[in-house]
Design a protein around this ligand. Structure first.
Ligand code: 5GP
Length: 197
């Protein structure tokens, strides 16, 4: 998506060859107009799918998913919550996710009330790196018997293995900007236009 690539080139901060900061428009301060265009693009890319729910993960995915949902007929958005204590009544699905940014495992949960076998789900997140967050969301859907119709990511770090792994597993992954490489000296960001498995 050219608009997102241009914005990353203009306002993204290349902190290292691996870390891109996009806090000025994506995951701290939010550009609502850009999010709206991202939602419209996913609606176009997933037009053939019958999606009745969006599932994302706390916290950065929530705003992106909520605006995207308006392009899918205002379907509900559910987000996997972090740091919930264990309950004894089987009222939630839970899974462990390894955090790239914090370098530790954390638990995420979804209530059994909000994810069921009737759901045809689009998974959304801000970044895709190693795919741990996404695999956690896929695991929650499997536990619920929900169907994963597709995966929408704002920024894929193509030099990390997550995207390739998800594509080789057969998931319909649509990344709106796919970063092939970054140079912290010059701030240059190179994009991959045809990501494959
Ligand atoms: P993964 O689980 O695919 O390894 O990493 C995805 C998660 O890590 C995303 O939810 C995102 O919050 C975070 N993340 C990974 N790489 C970056 C990055 O370069 N910048 C930012 N801001 N977050 C990242």
């Amino acid at each position: 998506m050219k608009e997102l690539e241009d914005r990353i080139r203009r306002d993204g901060e290349v902190k290292s060859t691996e870390i891109l900061k996009v806090g000025s428009f994506l995951n701290h301060q939010i550009d609502v107009s850009l999010f709206n265009d991202m939602g419209a693009e996913w609606a176009r890319l997933f037009a053939s799918k019958h999606i009745n729910k969006i599932l994302t993960i706390e916290a950065s995915g929530i705003a992106i998913a909520a605006i995207a949902a308006q392009h899918f007929g205002n379907i509900p958005v559910v987000y996997a919550k972090k740091n919930q204590s264990r309950t004894l009544d089987n009222s939630q699905y839970e899974t462990q996710v390894y955090s790239f940014t914090k370098q530790k495992y954390y638990k995420v949960i979804v209530s059994t009330r909000y994810l069921t076998a009737d759901d045809h789900v689009l998974l959304i997140d801000d970044f895709l790196a190693n795919g741990n967050a996404m695999h956690g969301l896929i695991d929650l859907c499997k536990q619920a018997g929900a169907h994963v119709e597709g995966i929408g990511v704002a920024i894929e770090k193509y030099f990390e293995p997550g995207g390739r792994k998800l594509r080789s597993e057969g998931w319909d992954l649509q990344s709106l900007a796919c970063v092939k490489s970054m140079n912290p000296q010059t701030g240059d960001v190179i994009f991959e236009e045809n990501p494959t498995a």
